[in-house]
Design a protein around this ligand. Structure first.
Ligand SMILES: Cc1ncc(COP(=O)(O)O)c(C=O)c1O
Length: 376
């Protein structure tokens, strides 16, 4: 992550009066606090003390069974012993990357993609490049709902990726948060032999538990599991136990249905605020996820604009972070609706519009000063 952007985001987060349109966090008020507290007590109470004990690197069986059942319901042939519980989706992507990509190799990604995955690929010494990338060692893709755009992979791209015969890291983090409720058939269901399927509870339950999963191709399972063991022995065992207890009594599908309605409403609120305060900005209404990917009506510098926005007490995610080549142009921003209540979304966009006027005025003044010959 660009240290300048991180500094600015930390500055915005420390200002309690600032309205956050960055970060892609789930809504605090949707965390099931009481059921999780009860599940926690069950997980640590005798005779269920195993929640406090070490376990096997692949993770707890009941949890793996639950995940495999859900994947089977979407058409993938997966059994519980083919699932590895990971420390979030991020670790699942890390394990897949370590097996699939050597330092110096290229990795094919969308033109705009998840920044922490880009950071991970670069940390591995790999070079993320926008598709098409015939020479890439593998693909990283979010077929159900992309971050930042909030749209499924276009059918032509899906076909091209499958036709490429390269291994695929399928990041399914937002699959259950498609507003229409139709979690599509994962790529895992059509190319089981070369898809590394990644999922998480971070978006649908809470990221604090740090629990995700990886379904590697069958032939690579042993290698992936050894790597998982070498990294951290196993995913947080207590968090896995809490999840098992929680899922045993919760109606998770009803929860997902509520979340979809909730996030769709927030998306609609952000979209209508943009229409009112920044009518010349362009965007496509998302099909799911946590954000809207917008193009302002004029080009500019996203970091400079973020500085101005923070003075106006609002923030956003600068577009360059989502690009594999870190290109600052054209100016695009990710605006997150997920963690901000409706009235604040409205006020946040009003501030953003004021910041945009301010930013353009200052930029034009600077340009005029630069071009004015001040010699007497
Ligand atoms: C597309 C995508 N993949 C993975 C993650 C990381 O998920 P986790 O919290 O499970 O590591 C995120 C979180 O923002 C994400 O947006």
């Amino acid at each position: 992550v660009d240290p300048r952007i991180e500094r600015l985001q930390r500055q915005a987060a420390a200002d309690r009066e600032s309205i956050g349109l960055a970060g892609g966090l789930p809504a605090d008020e949707q965390f099931p606090r009481t059921p999780l507290a009860r599940a926690f007590l069950r997980a640590i109470s005798p005779p269920g003390v195993s929640g406090l004990q070490y376990g096997w690197p692949e993770g707890r069986e009941r949890l793996r069974t639950w995940i495999a059942e859900r994947l089977r319901a979407r058409g993938a042939r997966v059994s519980a012993d083919e699932v590895i519980i990971t420390s979030g989706a991020q670790q699942a992507i890390a394990i897949a990357t370590q097996v699939l990509v050597r330092p110096g190799e290229a990795l094919a990604v969308d033109a705009a993609t998840y920044p922490a995955a880009l950071a991970l690929f670069r940390a591995r010494g790999a070079e993320p490049v926008a598709r098409p990338a015939a020479h890439a060692a593998c693909h990283y893709v979010m077929p159900s709902i992309g971050n930042p755009e909030g749209h499924p992979l276009a059918p032509a791209e899906r076909t091209a990726i499958l036709a490429s015969r390269q291994p695929i890291i399928e990041d399914d983090a937002y699959a259950d948060l498609r507003f229409d409720g139709a979690a599509p058939r994962p790529l895992l269901a059509v190319a089981r032999g070369r898809v590394w399927h990644v999922g998480t509870f971070s978006k649908t339950l809470c990221p604090g538990l740090r629990v995700g999963w990886l379904v590697p191709p069958r032939k690579r399972f042993g290698r992936a599991l050894r790597l998982k063991h070498a990294l951290d022995l196993e995913a947080n065992h207590l968090a896995q136990s809490i999840l098992e207890e929680y899922l045993a009594t919760a109606d998770f599908d009803a929860r997902l249905a509520r979340l979809r309605t909730f996030y769709r409403r927030r998306a609609a609120r952000l979209a209508s605020a943009l229409g009112r305060h920044l009518p010349a900005w362009r965007f496509a209404f998302p099909a799911g996820g946590f954000s809207i990917w917008v193009t302002p009506d004029e080009d500019g510098d996203d970091i400079e604009f973020l500085k101005t926005a923070i003075v106006h007490r609002v923030n956003f995610d600068p577009g360059r972070q989502f690009r594999p080549d870190r290109a600052p142009h054209p100016l695009m921003l990710r605006l997150c609706f997920s963690a901000t209540p409706g009235p604040k979304l409205e006020e946040g966009v009003r501030r953003l519009a004021a910041a945009w006027d301010d930013y353009r005025r200052r930029r034009d003044l600077n340009a005029t000063a630069e071009h004015t010959d001040l010699t007497p």
